[in-house]
Ligand binder design. Structure first.
Ligand SMILES: [Zn+2]
Ligand SMILES: [Zn+2]
Length: 155
């Protein structure tokens, strides 16, 4: 993905708008844990003035991620923005891939959650606690209570 610096230089102070779409592979964004459900869309605003190019962009896509708590796959709407300013120098084109890649990594959650309140899997029996509450947790609480009771009795 790149824009013509000449075009911008011909219109100093004017903001030009661009839209790009690219497959994740084109940007080397292949990741085993991320499945792209649609191509990346980038909207970019670029302005040339006083030897500098100002860029403002936004990145959109839809990806399938695995929930870090319950391991279920869910659709995550990826949306992130970026902004920067670079010296135009004598370059003919400006490559925006690095900004897009950076925005992608910032936009991706470190700990993906299918929803904020996801209860995750039971650490003991592995059942999905969003679907049903297994007995394990109750056991554990009871166990802790009985230990506490014992401690109190011993005093
Ligand atoms: Zn989940
Ligand atoms: Zn359980």
């Amino acid at each position: 993905m790149h824009i013509s610096v000449e075009d911008l230089k011909n219109m100093p102070g004017e903001t030009l708008t661009y839209t790009f779409t690219a497959a994740a592979e084109q940007l080397d964004l292949t990741d085993e844990e991320v499945e792209f459900l649609e191509p990346l869309t980038v909207e970019l605003l670029a302005t040339y003035s006083n030897g500098k190019i100002n860029v403002e962009g936004s990145l959109h896509s839809k990806v399938a991620l695995g929930c870090s708590r319950c391991l279920r796959t869910f659709v995550f709407p990826l949306a992130e923005t970026f902004a920067d300013e670079v010296q135009a120098g004598d370059m003919a084109t400006l490559d925006i891939d690095d900004w897009v890649r950076e925005a992608y990594f910032i936009g991706l959650p470190l700990k993906p959650l299918c929803h904020e309140a996801c209860k995750g899997l039971c650490p003991r029996c592995g059942s999905d606690m969003n679907e049903k509450q297994c007995d394990c947790l109750i056991d554990e609480v009871d166990h802790r209570l009985s230990v506490l009771k014992k401690l109190l009795e011993e005093k």
